[in-house]
Design a protein around this ligand. Structure first.
Ligand code: DAH
Length: 369
């Protein structure tokens, strides 16, 4: 870095110069001095002080030459001083400019080296979630019934006894209430009783109250019972209710729909069997069985050597239910079914403990991506 004091000394020394050759020699010396300075400037800051030392408005070398030499030089030397000064200025300006470029290039190179990303390093693998198996089963069931022209409706999980029981032809003291141990809400005295629905069937009533036939709906949702949790019971579980009512719905359509569903859900080899059963809101009522898909009907542990597996309950809507929703039971007919989604998932995927659906252990869930 040029010591300003040195430069001034040189500059002033030049004042004594008296021939053009001496002037040129003096400027050559200054140029050499500048060259030396440039080799020591390696960063932005030292480049700036170099620029100020040579081009600074007040004390820069070139300005001092102008002020102290050019102006006081004898007339015959002025042209050569002026020309040499211009040449030196052009040289310094050019030199500073290219020095600045190379400093910037070096800085950029260093930054790139510093910020270099090693593409060969292993990436961070973020675990990806997936739909829960119960949700997948819901979607599979919905897909099948949507393709038959059913629509999906949902309802509240809190219901009144009227919708959960009465209007489904389950009056108070009816034994069917015992099989559905019910959670009643703890409400202030004097409030109307409310409960957590024990099945999705109340939505049959809500839908028919609001809508005239034709009705073709499925109702996926959560239901609650005061069961003791074990491999096949849980306080909360999942159902899909189905209801089809129109002026000409026959038992034949019911059977065809059920068979189609079973084939779609379990595979085209699955056979269906209807067994007489009882539900207060259907007449006749049936249990739908499918041929065991493990032994293909030959008999194994899953089907308890019967060749058949119980799938779900269903039946033709009991005319008594139409009375609660002001449908004309002499004009309309229909069928209903109630699918236990947890049970269907357990059967389809060979899961022996329903509790696995509620523990959310990712080691279990990951097996069903
Ligand atoms: N609601 C019944 C239950 O939870 C299931 C059911 C059976 C629903 C037959 C129906 C049906 O709609 O027709 O046990």
């Amino acid at each position: 870095m040029p010591e300003i004091a040195d430069i001034i000394r040189q500059t002033l020394a030049a004042l004594g110069v008296s021939t053009p050759a001496e002037v040129t020699a003096r400027f050559d010396a200054l140029r050499a001095e500048f060259e030396r300075d440039t080799t020591s400037a390696r960063d932005e800051a030292s480049w700036k002080s170099l620029r100020d030392a040579w081009l600074g408005r007040k004390s820069g070398v070139l300005n001092r030459i102008t002020e102290q030499w050019l102006k006081s030089a004898p007339p015959e030397l002025r042209p050569v001083v002026g020309r040499s000064l211009n040449e030196l200025r052009a040289h310094v300006e050019q030199g500073l400019e290219s020095l600045q470029r190379s400093i910037a290039a070096a800085a950029e190179k260093a930054a790139l080296a510093r910020e270099r990303v090693d593409l060969s390093l292993p990436g961070v693998i973020r675990p990806l979630g997936s739909r829960h198996l119960v949700r997948q089963t819901f979607e599979e069931i919905e897909r099948i019934f949507l393709s038959l022209g059913f629509t999906v409706v949902e309802g509240n999980e809190i219901e009144t006894p009227y919708y959960n029981f009465e209007a489904l032809n389950i009056p108070e003291h009816h034994p069917a209430r015992d099989t559905m141990d019910t959670f009643y809400l703890d409400l202030p005295p004097g409030s109307k009783p409310h409960l957590l629905r024990t099945h999705t069937s109340p939505m049959q009533v809500h839908t028919m109250e609001k809508q005239q036939p034709p009705v073709r709906i499925i109702v996926p949702g959560k239901v609650y019972r005061r069961d003791n949790p074990d491999a096949t019971h849980s306080y909360v579980f999942h159902q899909v209710e189905g209801l089809a009512v129109d002026t000409d719905v026959t038992f034949c359509e019911f059977k065809g729909t059920v068979e189609y569903f079973v084939r779609e859900f379990l595979g085209s080899a699955a056979k269906t069997r209807l067994r007489p059963s009882y539900f207060p809101f259907t007449e006749p009522s049936v249990e739908v069985d499918a041929s065991c898909f493990v032994c293909m009907g030959k008999g194994c542990r899953l089907c308890k050597f019967s060749g058949w597996i119980e799938l779900f309950g269903a039946g033709m809507v009991d005319p008594a239910v139409y009375g609660f929703v002001n449908y004309d039971a002499t004009r309309v007919s229909g069928y209903a079914f109630g699918l236990g989604v947890d049970r269907l998932s357990q059967l389809k995927y060979g899961i022996d403990d329903v509790q696995l659906f509620f523990q959310n252990d990712v080691r279990f869930l990951r097996q069903f991506p």
